[in-house]
Design a protein around this ligand. Structure first.
Ligand code: SF4
Length: 302
């Protein structure tokens, strides 16, 4: 999409009543117009605005831009040292990420470190939380996702992904232990329970805590302006947001019917997509309280 096309989508978000906009990728910092788009969302509309990044370009971006509309950044860090992290990422981004985090902190921009737990770093979870704490950052720690993505109806799974998946119970126990010890952890009790009990979907259902509400609670606009329902993993129906107003898409019979399905599709079996869990949680008052209100008073959402 062009800059103007994305701004047009952001205008539509405002009409739809959206309150938070996040730029993700791939790597959104590769777009030269990212600062302009962030300020458009964060200043023109006061959306809670952020972007997700590997941190490689952060120092330059902060040097050249004020980012007045930016509320937070989500920085991927999987190891607390450059050697291992850069080896896994395939790019020397650790040192730049740390530099960028410090620059963000000085500007009052919230930093969330996002750590993907694999077999190789599960023993370093406490090191990661403590490392984030020393940087004055909050941290989200989720196990690597065993995503099956459907493209043109054909399932694609990352080769050998199962070799990386850690022991889920060990991950969950450690998260709960670390939540007692550190107040910078944003991964919450219900996210742990949902993942430990098998994620979304399943026949019979894996867990009764939460159904997937991603189709109604989260608008994921692809780089070509398409919106997939129910989610980006398995498009049952795609709409072109460059041609059809978002409010019309969301009010359409087809979108409504898909929203009512929640995770009742076969392809939802075992899904633990982090953004689907995070955006579904506010649909339950208990979970909303645990993840945001109680966590805020405990200091986990500093
Ligand atoms: S559970 Fe939700 S996010 Fe996962 S595949 Fe189903 S609709 Fe998509």
């Amino acid at each position: 999409m062009t800059t103007d096309q994305i701004k047009g989508i952001i205008d539509e978000f405002n009409k739809l009543g959206v309150n938070s906009v996040s730029f993700t990728g791939g790597e959104p910092t590769l777009r030269k117009d990212l600062p302009e788009l962030v300020d458009y969302a964060g200043i023109n509309y006061s959306f809670y605005t952020g972007f997700a990044t590997n941190g490689y370009l952060l120092p330059n971006l902060f040097k050249e831009n004020r980012f007045e509309g930016l509320d937070y950044i989500l920085v991927s860090l999987d190891f607390p040292n450059a050697k291992k992290h850069d080896n896994y990422r395939g790019i020397n981004c650790f040192n730049n990420a740390i530099k960028g985090i410090k620059m963000a902190e000085k500007r009052g921009i919230k930093v969330i470190i996002s750590t993907v737990v694999m077999k190789d770093n599960i023993d370093l979870m406490e090191d990661m939380v403590s490392f984030a704490n020393n940087l004055n950052c909050t941290i989200e720690i989720l196990p690597v996702e065993n995503i099956v993505r459907y493209i043109d109806g054909i399932p694609h799974k990352i080769e050998k992904i199962d070799d990386f998946i850690p022991n889920i119970r060990a991950w969950g126990d450690k998260v709960l232990e670390l939540r007692q010890k550190y107040n910078n952890m944003v991964t919450d009790l219900y996210t742990v329970l949902i993942i430990e009990e098998g994620g979304f979907g399943g026949v019979p259902k894996h867990q009764d805590y939460l159904r997937c509400h991603v189709a109604g609670a989260y608008v994921f606009v692809r780089q070509d302006g398409k919106i997939d329902f129910p989610c980006k993993l398995h498009p049952v129906k795609s709409f072109d947001a460059l041609k059809i107003p978002l409010s019309k898409i969301f009010r359409s019979q087809e979108a409504r019917e898909i929203m009512q399905m929640h995770d009742n599709y076969d392809f939802c079996d075992g899904c633990r997509l982090g953004c689907a869990i995070a955006t579904s949680i506010p649909t339950s008052l208990n979970m909303l309280y645990e993840k945001y209100i109680s966590a805020f008073f405990k200091g986990n959402l500093r």
